[in-house]
Design a protein around this ligand. Structure first.
Ligand code: HEC
Ligand code: HEC
Length: 308
């Protein structure tokens, strides 16, 4: 409740809340003053409402228990609003906030889990990746923090790289994977407004020819020149990419955005910018260690003959 932009809203909410409670108390006492009339024979009178033939609405006094419950709720809410945040930006006497409660429980959970993870911190990535227990933990962490983008099988999607195929934008060594997870990555493929649409079609054909996809020969020949002049700085003169920039290998069968002429034209015309968010503020170093091993293992365990 401390994130109001100005004092105006805070005051407004405080007033509405307090006036609401005071009004409830006033309503209760105003009704208590109304004396319930009894009939001469001592029977409770009715309001005169009769329906369905013989259903009469009686005019009973408020039951005592109900009145006390009502009053206690009003007092409870006032006490609550003194202790906890609720009145605009007033933080409450106890200084409680869901933010700090979350931080507290995350710290406690991390402290409790430290001994569980401690064993793995000392091991190298290959050993952790071969440990079935660690893989299970890594998979759970992956499902929680990574699967929404990379897919629950880490198989990726358009714009989100497949992490199981042994093909890496930023390198597949344990150190590279860890750096990716800790700092995040932002691959910038710039748009090319300086190229006209014919040159872009040409270069798209050339890019397709690099991985053996069908392409027009004439356009490919012209596209090679466009590529040499504009693209080799990042994708390399052998077009195998550059892991320092996250520039993909264009000569292989793995595509981040698709291999059709249309997809490549779109990439060159509009540019692309994929963002892998940094995890160093979100995950503890121990969790990042387990995730590095899990992700590394997805493509390397198969080669090492281990099951996953
Ligand atoms: C918000 C979406 C998102 C989340 C969440 C996310 N990633 Fe990524 N990740 C990406 C994108 C997009 C890229 C590609 C970045 C680029 O191309 O520049 C990427 C790249 C990577 C790479 C590099 C792949 C390569 O080929 O070099 C690794 C490794 C990776 N992510 C692991 C993880 C792990 C582990 C997690 C969970 C802690 C995670 N990612 C969570 C979107 C995400
Ligand atoms: C400044 C460096 C840079 C230059 C120059 C550059 N690229 Fe890229 N390119 C990248 C990066 C980085 C990516 C990955 C973008 C991402 O991760 O979102 C990329 C992605 C691509 C892709 C998508 C590959 C896939 O797997 O889907 C294609 C195609 C491509 N570039 C072609 C070109 C062509 C053609 C040129 C020249 C006209 C060019 N690039 C110039 C850095 C560059």
């Amino acid at each position: 409740m401390s994130d109001f932009l100005g004092a105006g809203w805070s005051t407004y909410i405080t007033l509405v809340t307090l006036v609401g409670i005071v009004w409830c108390i006033w309503l209760l006492f105003s009704q208590l003053k109304v004396k319930v009339k009894l009939k001469p024979d001592g029977e409770v009178a009715d309001t005169g409402h009769v329906w369905d033939g013989d259903l009469r609405e009686l005019n009973n006094p408020l039951p005592r228990w109900w009145m006390w419950m009502f009053l206690i709720s009003c007092i409870f809410s006032l006490v609550y609003l003194v202790l906890y945040p609720g009145l605009g930006s007033y933080p409450g006497v106890l200084g409680y906030s869901t933010d700090s409660a979350l931080m507290q429980s995350m710290t406690t959970a991390n402290d409790e889990l430290k001994p569980v993870y401690a064993k793995y911190v000392k091991m190298d990535i290959g050993q952790i990746a071969a440990d079935p227990k660690a893989r299970e933990m890594g998979q759970r962490l992956f499902l929680n923090s990574c699967a929404q983008c990379h897919g629950s099988d880490a198989g990726g999607a358009k714009g989100f790289p497949n992490l199981t195929d042994g093909d890496w934008l930023y390198g597949g060594s344990p150190e590279n994977i860890k750096t990716t997870i800790v700092n995040g990555r932002a691959g910038v493929m710039p748009p090319f407004p300086q190229l006209d649409s014919k040159q872009i079609v040409d270069v798209a054909n050339y890019v397709r020819s690099l991985s053996g996809l069908p392409a027009d020969d004439l356009k490919t020949a012209r596209g090679a020149e466009v590529f040499k002049a504009n693209c080799v700085a990042c994708h390399g003169s052998d077009s195998k990419g550059n892991i320092a920039l996250g520039a993909p290998n264009l000569a292989d069968k793995t595509w981040l955005y698709g291999s059709t002429e249309a997809a490549i034209i779109e990439t060159v015309t509009k540019g692309r910018m994929a963002m892998m968010p940094a995890q160093d503020k979100v995950l503890s170093p121990e969790k990042i260690q387990l995730l590095t091993a899990y992700v590394w293992g997805l493509s390397n365990n198969k080669q090492a003959g281990a099951t996953r």
